[in-house]
Design a protein around this ligand. Structure first.
Ligand code: ZN
Length: 242
């Protein structure tokens, strides 16, 4: 079986992305999957896209990516996210805008029996969050694959659905059973929101899944954000991981 590193929600944070890719290099990984939101919030959208293109076997788009290229409505974003999206739109090269427009927001890995989606299997383009067991239970009815990999909420989890229908949550690791099904949120590389400021991603190797945390140079990212006049609240939240 192929061993995967699954990353999501880089949000133009180059320091976090470089640190995660360096960590992945040390592990037994065959392919890297990216679940969307390359841009938005941070100071290095083009640099992050170039690096992702080089290293990822599969790339998806998220709401910030599509928002930055005018492919989804950004009216529902809060004022800080919106300011960062508008900044991003001005900075993105034409080539990268074209590249983002062609990225999918949902993808079936048929052979592997895995579904990839940035937000939810139920309504991928509505950008809902999958946060609770109730959300998970409902969404299990909207895909057939054994495993669904998601990002979007920036809060990692592994939710297991037993054949009986009972649901079990694992925080940091799990052994994948043959008869169970899973929704795995791989967390965020560039803007974690679970109270841990370290970059986050997931490893799926054989029948094991693991949430990995990686330290990166937060101060450097924050310095560049200040330099580009990005909103203060977006700069500060990187320190607290919220
Ligand atoms: Zn995101």
């Amino acid at each position: 079986m192929t061993n995967y590193a699954v990353i999501s929600d880089v949000h133009s944070n180059l320091e976090a992305l470089e640190s995660v890719l360096k960590d992945i290099k040390k592990r037994k990984v065959d392919e890297i999957i990216f679940l969307g939101d390359a841009v938005g919030y941070g100071p290095n959208p083009n640099e992050c896209l170039e690096l992702l293109k080089k290293r990822c076997k599969i790339m998806m788009a998220g709401n910030h990516d599509w928002g930055a290229v005018g492919q989804t409505n950004i009216d529902y974003f809060n004022e800080y996210a919106k300011a960062a999206i508008i900044w991003t739109r001005e900075v993105l090269t034409e080539k990268n805008q074209g590249f983002i427009k062609a990225l999918p927001i949902i993808k079936n890995m048929k052979k592997e029996n895995i579904l990839l989606v940035h937000s939810t299997p139920k309504e991928p383009s509505a950008w809902h969050y999958l946060l609770t067991l109730w959300d998970a239970e409902m969404n299990f009815h909207y895909f057939e694959q054994r495993i669904c990999l998601v990002g979007h909420s920036h809060q990692p989890f592994i939710i297991e659905r037993l054949p009986s229908g009972e649901m079990v949550t694992h925080r940091a690791e799990a052994v994948l059973g043959e008869n169970e099904r899973y929704i795995i949120n791989v967390g965020s590389v560039g803007q974690p929101r679970d109270g841990d400021s370290r970059a986050c991603y997931a490893l799926i190797r054989g029948n094991k899944v693991e949430i990995v945390r990686v330290k990166y140079n937060i101060e450097e990212t924050q310095r560049k954000m200040r330099e580009n006049d990005l909103p203060l609240s977006l700069i500060e939240r990187l320190s607290s991981g919220t």
